[in-house]
Design a protein around this ligand. Structure first.
Ligand SMILES: [Zn+2]
Length: 152
């Protein structure tokens, strides 16, 4: 009788131990899965991912409000637009082409307006706008990557 009870007790004990091991393995697997998800998400953040299409549409719309044409000629033109997302932050890089005879003060003022409009349209957006004359394109080889970019 004592042996039966003892045996039963042992079965129960080993049963619980077995269950304990299963739970422990389950917990370990869960930790691994969560860890993998964290690594995956941070790697996605580090890789340059374009912003969501609706954010891009908002950016395009905002820029369109500043684009200017006169007698078929483009006065203010935006191109070379690229976006990326890093975690919660959105970044946009673009060219703003302006008439070469514009004063630097006028060009800088317009750039400030465009930057403000972009930040108002997309909260948390960082805009990097490169100023260029209308008929000139930036030569990536002639300039270091950070040249002519706006301060952040
Ligand atoms: Zn350009």
């Amino acid at each position: 009788m004592v042996g039966v009870v003892g045996g039963l007790g042992l079965v129960m004990l080993t049963g619980w131990l077995w269950l304990d091991a299963v739970v422990a393995i389950g917990v370990a697997l869960n930790i691994l899965r969560e860890g993998w998800r964290l690594v995956w998400r941070s790697s996605q953040g580090l890789m340059d991912e374009a912003v969501a299409p609706e954010v891009l549409a908002t950016i395009d719309q905002t820029l369109a409000g500043f684009a200017l044409e006169r007698e078929g000629a483009e006065i203010v033109r935006f191109d070379h637009l690229s976006t990326r997302q890093a975690g919660q932050r959105c970044f946009v890089d673009l060219h703003m082409h302006l008439p070469g005879q514009w004063s630097l003060a006028r060009a800088a003022a317009l750039r400030a307006n465009v930057e403000q409009a972009l930040m108002a349209a997309v909260p948390g957006l960082r805009a990097t706008i490169q100023l260029l004359p209308t008929n000139m394109e930036a030569d990536a080889k002639a300039l270091p990557p950070d040249a002519m970019k706006t301060g952040s």
